[in-house]
Design a protein around this ligand. Sequence first.
Ligand code: HEC
Ligand code: HEC
Length: 346
Amino acid sequence: MKILRLISLLMLMLPLAAGAQNKEAELLKEAQGLFEPIDKPPVKITDNEITPAKIELGKQLYFDPRLSSSGLISCNTCHNLGLGGDDGLPVAIGHDWKKGPRNSPTVFNSVFNAAQFWDGRAADLKEQAKGPIQAGVEMNSTPELVVATLKSIPGYREPFAKAFGKGDVITFDNVARAIEAFEATLITPDSAFDHYLKGDQSALNEQQKRGLKTFIDQSCASCHNGVNLGGQNYFPFGLVEKPEAKLLPPGDKGRFAITNTEGDDYVFRASSLRNIAITAPYFHTGQIRDLRDAIAIMATTQLGAKMNDKDIDDVAAFLQTLTGKKPTVSYPDLPPSTAKTPVPVQ
Ligand code: HEC
Ligand code: HEC
């Protein structure tokens, strides 16, 4: 009798288990339709063939503070590869301890973004790299000073020749190209979510899967999708409800400054959410340190939704699964300056 009851109970449970399994499979399928795993590149990069010599030179330049007029600030100062590819500060601090207007985004996986900067004003990484070198609040240099500095360092001749061939190859354009080549290697595959997207359902736990489902059902994925879960399109920050001025100061109108088009005021690129758990503080103003607060703010400002604590915890747990494996970057040997090297300006 007992056995019979047990069997009938099991029979009852079987379809339930099958139903749960179907739901799991459905969620995976839905996720695979919206997001893509990070695989090794092939990454398409225009007008810049990526070669080992370029990558190596780009790494030197990325770490070389002599690209700044003070001789003190390198790309790695604000995009620290030991941290999350950023600086962990609300807004960047550059030349003369000046504060810039915006938070430093991570360089990791930036090669997958459709365009660079919070407002997408640079089409690609080589165009982007020229910006900070010249920005007064960042490295405060000029193309002429950078080229003069590099030409004064004999140890840079060979790396440039290997990367770009013979002739006058120590140019500002080639500096940007080499840096772009190095940045293309700064990708973080192998996150739990990548494994999940490739079909390993056990890569996410129950809470993380619930968070993924909420992320999709709440329409976060309508703006944060693709390989970087963002980085592709532009939206008003405050689509439904304007964020407080601390998060959206009236003076920074985002894409409007580039397009001068009315609908573009306070429009920003939907951020990539890759490695988001290790790149606080959040938003272009860097005023939010807790990922849970950032999620709640997105729900109200972008969706007009109020998420409860449990949903927020679940989404935060899901976002944790986007932390990938950072590349191992050995610190490059930087060739010594000479008496001819321009004197740093402090
Ligand atoms: C003083 C700090 C600072 C330095 C130095 C600096 N950056 Fe940045 N970087 C920033 C800030 C701030 C932004 C965002 C600016 C904006 O959107 O207006 C940014 C944006 C970027 C982005 C765009 C990422 C994205 O998701 O859009 C890349 C890539 C980048 N920097 C690479 C570099 C490289 C390469 C160098 C060295 C040549 C460099 N940065 C030097 C602070 C810095
Ligand atoms: C209508 C488009 C849109 C929707 C929907 C949306 N976001 Fe965003 N998200 C953005 C934009 C634009 C930004 C950049 C805001 C800024 O300028 O600081 C952003 C930024 C973020 C950031 C901060 C990223 C960083 O590096 O600082 C997080 C976290 C985030 N979104 C998560 C979410 C979550 C979770 C949801 C769903 C509850 C969501 N977003 C819904 C467009 C959207």
